[in-house]
Design a protein around this ligand. Structure first.
Ligand SMILES: Cc1ncc(COP(=O)(O)O)c(C=O)c1O
Length: 389
């Protein structure tokens, strides 16, 4: 009987995705805090600031209302507001009918992959990259194809590398992010245009994860929407608008995919949380507040760029956007997980080992998130400097 129950409850192989190692770092940091240490958190990739005041007030007002399901594609006024955001921020005229509201960009990936790919399809993603890309693809029966990046291309996927992977066995899709996680690097407008053109010529669907748009410091991030009507763009209120816990994002889909995605979302989720949709629409009126938050990240970036090399960490990738610095620590240790563990225990600074993001070379790297305060950045660098000496 027991054996029978065990067989029935055997998890399906598609559920066998690796955990996010950063969770272990967070747990260790929490234990160290419980033991009385003051930890500087640079491991979690999320803003310290709350959502814009305008969003919070709109949500408070909405709480008294009925908060029913919405249309599967999202509240019409929010979709129109998102479309207007493209006109205001980068001069792109966009039909609101192509805007789909999602439960964070995370749900956007599931919808996009289901709408675009068949089981067994190969989808190219950058290595290093955001781990859930490959885990969601695997859970949906697709094959993530890691495309290696290097310094010569500013750590971006190149047309040559995509075509090489495509020659081995055809790719059905390509997913890139700029600014990227974990590296914080960005593709130039020219590099992105070349990649989109290559994918389209080869018949590869192009997905652009633009979740870190708005958080660009080295040069302006380019939206794939400017380059192609066929690209599928995924975005979120989590990062620029500091709304991670509200679980709200959006996608801009090519017209033929809108109805299939509407059917999927209607079945998978009915609709996105109504309270978060109302808050998200109001968030756009809080852009001045969010720009001030962004200036804080810019200050943090300057502090790290100036002081980290003096503290001993002098090898890192270009610190272009998002709020990440990806440092090569192989000079000190051949296992960045061990390095991160010791740094947490002895310097009380938490950062994320690269193995989460890069199964090939991640043991050489550590990701620092600089979304905290300027005082925390200065203190972190001082602690790391003392610890490395
Ligand atoms: C590159 C990238 N894409 C997507 C996400 C998912 O964000 P959310 O589901 O909160 O929109 C994250 C979260 O850290 C990320 O770093």
């Amino acid at each position: 009987m027991l054996e029978h129950a065990r067989q029935i409850l055997m998890p399906a192989t598609r559920s066998d995705v690796p955990p996010f190692m950063v969770m272990d770092v967070i747990a260790a940091a929490t234990r160290a805090e419980a033991a009385g240490h003051r930890i500087i958190h640079m491991e979690v990739g999320q803003p310290a600031a709350p959502a814009p005041r305008t969003a919070i007030e709109a949500a408070r007002r909405a709480l008294d209302g009925p908060l029913r399901y919405t249309e599967a594609l999202g509240i019409a006024s929010l979709r129109a507001r998102i479309a207007r955001h493209y006109a205001e921020s980068c001069g792109i005229e966009l039909d609101p009918a192509r805007v789909i509201v999602t439960t964070g960009s995370s749900a956007g990936f599931i919808l996009a992959f289901l709408a675009l790919f068949e089981p067994g399809d190969r989808v190219g993603i950058a290595n290093p990259g955001y781990p859930p890309y490959r885990h969601i693809l695997k859970a949906l029966g697709c094959e993530p194809v890691l495309i290696e990046t290097n310094a010569a291309s500013r750590w971006a996927v190149t047309p040559e590398a995509v075509l090489a992977a495509h020659r081995k066995a055809p790719l059905a899709g390509l997913l890139v992010a700029s600014p990227a996680n974990p590296t914080g690097t960005m593709m130039t407008a020219q590099a992105l245009a070349a990649l989109v053109a290559t994918a389209e010529e080869a018949g590869i669907a192009f997905i652009s994860d633009e979740i870190y748009h708005g958080l660009d410091y080295a040069f302006a991030a380019q939206s794939a929407l400017r380059l192609s009507q066929r690209a599928l763009v995924i975005n979120s209120f989590s990062k620029y608008f500091c709304m991670t816990g509200w679980r709200i994002g959006w996608m801009v889909a090519p017209e033929p995919l809108v109805r299939p995605i509407e059917r999927l979302q209607g079945n998978l989720a009915i609709s996105v949380p109504t309270l978060s949709q109302i808050a998200a629409e109001a968030a756009f009126a809080g852009r001045a507040e969010m720009e001030a938050v962004k200036h804080g990240y810019e200050d943090n970036r300057r502090i790290l760029l100036d002081a980290l090399p003096k503290a001993g960490l002098d090898r890192f990738l270009p610190v272009d956007g998002a709020f990440y610095l990806y440092a090569d620590v192989s000079r000190f240790c051949d296992d960045s997980l061990a390095f991160a563990t010791r740094m947490l225990e002895e310097a009380h600074v938490a950062a994320t080992p690269g193995i989460d993001f890069d199964p090939v070379n991640g043991r050489r790297f550590l990701r620092f998130c600089y979304a905290g305060s300027q005082d925390e950045m200065r203190e972190a660098v001082a602690r790391i400097g003392r610890w490395l000496r």
